[in-house]
Design a protein around this ligand. Structure first.
Ligand SMILES: Nc1ncnc2c1ncn2[C@@H]1O[C@H](COP(=O)(O)OP(=O)(O)OP(=O)(O)O)[C@@H](O)[C@H]1O
Length: 324
C-alpha cells in the first residue's frame, strides 16, 4: 500500500473581505487533487505562492480538515484517525518556529522527546544520534539563540525526527539558507531517505527538487498539472532551449524567431548590459542556421543550445501552457 493516498481532495477557506460592509468569500485552495506517494520516496510538491502546497501538507499532517475527498497516510484517515497517525509522522515548516531559543539544542530535543513519550532508556542515545546526524553534536549544550539560521534549520530537522517518524513532511526546508547550508540540509534529507523514510517536501528551488526528488508534482491554483520523475517531465515537454545573449535587440527579431518552424516559445529579458532570449524549440540543431539568420541584425554576444531543465518545465506549465 502507498504511504500517502490523496483522492479528489478539496479544501475551501471561508474568509470575509471589506472593512465596514463585510462580505463572505470562499477561497478554493485545493481543487480535486489526486496522487499517491510510495514508501521510501522523496516526493516534491512544486508550485507558485498560493498554489495550495501548505494546505495539502496541513491536511496530510492532520492539522487541517479537508472540505471533501480522501487523504490516507500510512493507512490512516488524516481526519478521523489523527491520534494513531500523529505517532508515525512528523513535519517541519520552513523558518525557525517551534524551537525554544532559551534552551540548548539538547534540551529542546529532550522536551520534544517527552512530548512524544520517547522511552527514557532510548531518549539520550536518540538525541545524541540526531545531533550527530545534523552536525550539531559539538553544540549540544549551546542555547539555540546563539545558532545561525542554518544550525536552527538543522536542529528543526532533528526535532522532526524525535519520534522516529515513517514519513517526514518538509515545507520549504532550505528557505533562507546560504548555498552551503542548503547543501548540508539536502545531504541530510538524502541520508534520511536512504534509511527508508518517506519524505514529502515543498520547495521553490528547481535545482533542489531536481537533485532530491524521486517524483515531482506541479500544482497551481489548487490543481495538479503534472506528476512524474524529473527526467520524464523534461522529456514530456519535448523541448530544448537555445539561449542567446545580445548587446542589442531589434524590435522585429522576436516575431521573426517565433515564425521559425519548431520554435514553440520565445521569452526576452532585458538587463542593464543587454538582453537575453530563451528560445524553446524542437530539433535545435536543425533550426540553428535559421535562428542565426534571424539574429543577424542584432549584436549577439553568445548563443548556446541546451536540454530543457526542470525550471523550463515549470515555466512552461505554470506560465500558461498547461500540459499534464
Ligand atoms: N487560513 C486561510 N484563510 C483563507 N485563505 C487561506 C488560508 N490559508 C491559505 N489560504 C489561501 O489558500 C490558497 C493556498 O494557500 P497555501 O498556503 O496552501 O499555498 P502555498 O502553495 O503553500 O503557497 P506558498 O508557496 O506561498 O507557501 C491561497 O490562495 C491562500 O491565500
Amino acid at each position: 500500500m502507498s504511504a500517502i493516498i490523496v483522492k479528489n481532495l478539496r479544501r475551501d477557506y471561508e474568509t470575509t473581505i471589506g472593512i465596514i460592509k463585510k462580505e463572505k468569500k470562499i477561497v478554493n485552495a485545493i481543487n480535486d487533487i489526486s496522487f499517491e506517494v510510495e514508501k521510501g520516496e522523496i516526493f516534491g510538491l512544486l508550485g507558485p505562492n498560493g498554489a495550495g502546497k501548505t494546505s495539502t501538507i496541513k491536511i496530510l499532517t492532520t492539522l487541517l480538515a479537508p472540505t471533501s475527498g480522501e487523504a490516507l497516510v500510512l493507512g490512516h484517515k488524516c481526519f478521523g484517525e489523527e491520534k494513531e497517525l500523529r505517532k508515525k509522522i512528523n513535519f517541519i515548516f520552513g523558518g525557525e518556529r517551534s524551537l525554544y531559543w532559551r534552551l540548548s539544542a539538547y534540551d529542546n530535543l529532550s522536551y520534544f522527546c517527552d512530548l512524544y513519550q520517547v522511552p527514557e532508556k532510548i531518549k539520550k542515545d536518540r538525541i545524541i544520534n540526531l545531533l550527530e546526524m545534523v552536525e550539531l553534536k559539538d553544540r549540544a549544550h549551546y542555547k539555540v539563540e546563539t545558532f545561525s539560521k542554518g544550525m536552527k534549520q538543522r536542529l528543526q530537522i532533528a526535532r522532526g525526527l524525535v519520534n522516529d517518524p515513517e514519513i517526514l513532511f518538509l515545507d520549504e526546508p532550505t528557505i533562507g539558507l546560504d548555498p552551503i547550508g542548503a547543501r548540508t540540509l539536502r545531504k541530510i534529507i538524502k541520508q534520511l531517505s536512504s534509511q527508508g523514510k518517506t519524505i514529502l517536501l515543498t520547495t521553490h528551488y528547481m535545482q533542489e527538487a531536481d537533485e532530491l526528488c524521486d517524483r515531482i508534482a506541479i500544482i497551481d491554483k489548487g490543481k495538479l498539472f503534472a506528476l512524474n520523475t524529473s527526467e520524464k517531465l523534461k522529456e514530456n515537454i519535448d523541448s530544448s532551449v537555445i539561449e542567446v545573449d545580445l548587446h542589442t535587440l531589434k524590435e522585429d527579431t522576436l516575431s521573426k524567431l517565433k515564425s521559425i518552424m519548431n520554435v514553440t516559445r520565445v521569452v526576452a529579458n532585458s538587463y542593464d548590459l543587454g538582453h537575453k532570449l530563451v528560445i524553446d524549440c524542437r530539433n535545435p540543431r536543425e533550426i540553428m542556421g535559421l535562428v542565426n539568420q534571424q539574429l543577424s541584425d542584432n549584436m549577439v554576444k553568445s548563443i548556446v543550445m541546451r536540454e530543457a531543465t526542470l525550471e523550463d518545465v515549470y515555466f512552461k506549465i505554470i506560465g500558461g501552457d498547461h500540459c499534464a
